[in-house]
Design a protein around this ligand. Structure first.
Ligand SMILES: [Zn+2]
Ligand SMILES: [Zn+2]
Length: 234
């Protein structure tokens, strides 16, 4: 039996702003060291599923995923990016979960970016909508291309989606997962002990992760066993 939920943080920046708008394919030795330290920090926070979503660059997230899986760490890392997209009046931030290739920053509309994310087998989550509620008000139809809405962000605060989504978190016939993310920038925030990142975790339904093909049903049980019982893993 799969557990129903896992503790997740779906918005993190292990490499801070280091490669914002200038992504690379190969990360450095220092980057790898920082990512390793950050994963252990996430584990110490009790996070079981984390999306590594550095600005504009997925290379760090791919490395983090392979590191966690290769070393049997009790955490599932989802590679991703946070990319700027064009809204009606300003740039919006879109979290691309489980992608393999970088998206061009600031050149795509929200719908174009979501299409590209889905073409890569990923999921699209609008980051910190609390920063631009007027954009959603002007264009509520944007929810039709989103898989999630980050209603709790560690830097920006809480967005009440009650006026958009029904009690089952549906917009029309579409289920939109309400996500949370610390938005931790590891370099910048590692000294700031005052931040309460536990408030930025949430219980993610495993069924959503499987449905979005972020984890496969076959591997889910084994991964989840290691996550739930770190002492039992091989
Ligand atoms: Zn952002
Ligand atoms: Zn961010």
């Amino acid at each position: 039996m799969l557990p129903k939920t896992l503790t997740a943080d779906l918005h993190t920046h292990p490499l801070g702003d280091r490669y914002c708008r200038r992504p690379v394919k190969m990360i450095s030795r220092e980057d790898r060291k920082d990512i390793r330290a950050y994963i252990h920090h996430l584990i110490s926070r009790g996070v079981q599923v984390a999306a590594c979503t550095d600005h504009d660059m997925v290379a760090g997230g791919l490395f983090a995923r392979d590191l966690a899986a290769g070393e049997g760490l009790p955490i599932i890392i989802v590679p991703g990016t946070e990319v700027s997209v064009l809204g009606r009046t300003q740039r919006l931030h879109l979290i691309a979960l489980n992608i393999q290739r970088d998206l061009p920053a600031s050149r795509l509309t929200l719908r174009e970016a979501a299409r590209e994310i889905h073409a890569q087998g990923g999921a699209a989550v609008l980051a910190h909508p609390v920063r631009y509620p007027h954009e959603i008000k002007m264009d509520p139809g944007m929810l039709e291309c989103l898989d999630g809405l980050e209603t709790c962000n560690g830097s920006e605060g809480v967005f009440d989606a009650g006026h958009l989504l029904d009690a089952e978190s549906r917009y029309g016939r579409r289920f939109i997962l309400q996500t949370a993310g610390s938005d931790e920038h590891w370099e910048r925030d590692r000294a700031a002990r005052s931040r309460n990142c536990h408030a930025c975790s949430f219980e993610i339904p495993v069924s959503w992760l499987v449905e979005k093909k972020i984890i496969s049903r076959e591997s889910a049980e084994a991964i989840l066993k290691a996550v739930r019982n770190p002492d039992l893993r091989d």
